[in-house]
Design a protein. Structure first.
Length: 278
């Protein structure tokens, strides 16, 4: 039977590992050292070997990771190692093999959102776009706290691979906005998708919805002017550019703002030559 201190250590390290991305972190080596000490006293504890194998995997110590995970498979249920093996092969770029392990894990734990997110990413890399799309949809239905970047990745996948891709991607982005609130990252991409389906009116509507969040920036005015030009609203575009220029003059100059100023100057020249439409 595990001691209370061992249980606390396992739980703490499990949270540490499950909350991380596929990249290594500065604390990994310290965590591995802590696990080394615990494992010396608990040589046949599967969860400890899985935890250390996951840390080795994330820090790119592939041989040590495979050794720990393979050993863990021999002293417990294989499906309890399958998720970390899926992560291991995903990090190695062996996406087909990763999918085999992830599918085995999902077969036993069909309601765990992290597994479907990993499956979506691996399937996307393996160019199995139908599985990737389906996995993203399942992930969003299961996850209590999806992140904007996950909606964005799924929308990009749908927008480039699905027969009704743009419409499906927009519907997904709107679901994300409904769940997370008006997120500029999601709405910006939705604007691009509206333009791809030649719906300038909807693109403008979406961009105007970000005015309270971004309207104080000259960059927002520059994009607004460009959208108004596409909508043949030249007079309104001139006003938007002038407002962006006025806002820019109140801000400290940086390389990015210098580039914005050059864009504004280009737009003003373009608009000075354009006939006014109402």
């Amino acid at each position: 039977m595990r001691s209370p201190s061992l249980l606390i250590a396992v739980c703490a390290l499990s949270v540490l590992i499950s909350s991380r991305t596929v990249q290594a972190h500065a604390g990994d080596h310290r965590s591995i050292a802590e696990l080394d000490n615990i494992i010396r006293e608990n040589l046949v504890d599967q969860s400890l070997l899985v935890a250390r194998g996951a840390l080795y995997s994330r820090s790119g110590q592939w041989e040590k990771a495979e050794r720990d995970l393979s050993r863990a498979e021999t002293i417990g249920k294989k499906h309890d190692v399958a998720f970390e093996f899926g992560q291991f092969y995903y990090r190695l770029g062996e996406y087909e093999k990763a999918l085999q392990y992830i599918d085995a894990y999902i077969g036993v734990y069909p309601t765990r959102p992290a597994a479907f997110l990993l499956r979506a990413r691996a399937a996307s890399e393996a160019e199995q776009f139908g599985i990737a799309s389906e996995s993203y949809q399942t992930y969003f239905s299961l996850s209590a706290n999806p992140q904007p970047g996950e909606y964005l990745a799924a929308a990009r996948l749908l927008g480039s691979t699905n027969p009704d891709g743009i419409n499906s991607a927009l519907a997904l982005l709107d679901r994300g906005i409904s769940k997370l609130g008006l997120n500029p990252q999601l709405q910006r991409y939705a604007v691009l998708l509206e333009l791809r389906r030649d719906d300038t009116k909807s693109a403008l509507s979406r961009w105007y919805s970000l005015k309270n969040q971004l309207g104080g920036t000259p960059e927002w005015g520059v994009t607004l002017a460009r959208l108004l030009i596409l909508a043949d609203r030249v007079a309104d575009a001139r006003l938007a550019v002038q407002a962006a220029k006025a806002r820019l003059t109140t801000l400290r100059q940086t390389p990015a703002r210098k580039a914005t100023g050059e864009t504004i100057a280009h737009l003003m020249r373009q608009l000075s030559e354009a006939p006014t439409n109402y």
